[in-house]
Design a protein around this ligand. Structure first.
Ligand code: PGA
Length: 252
């Protein structure tokens, strides 16, 4: 799927239809005018807005994703959304195992794995998130935590075509603190190494960094070895800022 850095906007639970359509439109127009070769953009709006944003993105080169899906394809799961439902609204991607889901909805890596299988079965590309907490990093556990999450969250059906990994240190999400370039490079290299062993063609699976990415630090982060893109929360809610992040993917 495409060349260049993968720039994913996770809008989380923000916005309403009118302003979200407006933001999506601004991005579509900017991307259309530039015909970027250096990035591919993905927007992940709240589930309620996907249907009204999808027509705006048609043939725009900007892709659509969900923020979560259920592991089952249908049934008595009040309030949940299936992978097939996201696909039905023209989503190509789904974020799975975001740290907010893991922490606030008690999602285990086993749950994330089941959801990733469902995403693959529905034809979605899963963005599987992993990340260590601050205390895990302080106590020297970061590499082990990430390795365990990768082992337990990625299904055997994963390939570079249907799966992307997002490394998001929990302490860097929404805090304004980013990991240092060296920390990012080290962790991405470890992840790359493990993927190569764990997954078919795993050495080619894209690895995103997430956690307080903004226009001012995007260029540095996007040019670190083994960083194939970014997963952006807060800064993806402003079209100008998100576009500037995407543009930072161009060669320095
Ligand atoms: P942030 O969120 O960019 O607001 O830190 C990133 C994420 O949670 O994906």
């Amino acid at each position: 799927m495409g060349m260049g850095k993968l720039i994913v906007g996770n809008w989380k639970m923000n916005g309403l239809v009118v302003d979200s359509r407006e933001r999506a439109m601004q991005l579509v127009i900017a991307v259309k005018n530039q015909k970027p070769a250096s990035f591919q953009m993905v927007l992940c709006p709240p589930a309620t807005m996907i249907g009204s944003i999808a027509p705006l993105l048609k043939d725009s080169g900007v892709y659509l994703g969900g923020q979560d899906c259920h592991a089952q394809s249908s049934g008595a799961f009040t309030g949940d959304v299936s992978a097939a439902m996201l696909k039905d609204l023209e989503c190509s991607y789904v974020i799975l195992g975001h740290s907010e889901r893991r922490a606030l909805h008690n999602e285990s890596s086993e749950t994330v794995l089941a959801k990733a299988k469902a995403a693959h079965a529905a034809g979605l590309r899963a963005i599987i998130c992993v990340g260590e907490s601050e205390s895990e990093r302080m106590s020297g556990q970061a590499a082990k935590v990430i390795s365990d999450q990768l082992k337990a969250s990625i299904p055997a059906s994963a390939t570079p075509d249907n799966t992307v990994i997002a490394y998001e240190p929990v302490w860097a999400i929404g805090t304004g603190k980013t990991a240092s370039a060296q920390d990012i490079q080290e962790m991405h290299a470890l992840i790359r190494q493990q993927l190569a062993q764990q997954v078919i063609k795993g050495e080619k699976m894209p690895i995103l960094y997430g956690g307080s990415v903004k226009a001012s630090n995007a260029s540095e982060i996007l040019h670190i070895a083994h960083v194939d893109g970014v997963l952006v929360g807060g800064a993806s809610l402003k079209a100008d800022e998100f576009l500037a992040i995407a543009q930072a993917s161009a060669a320095k």
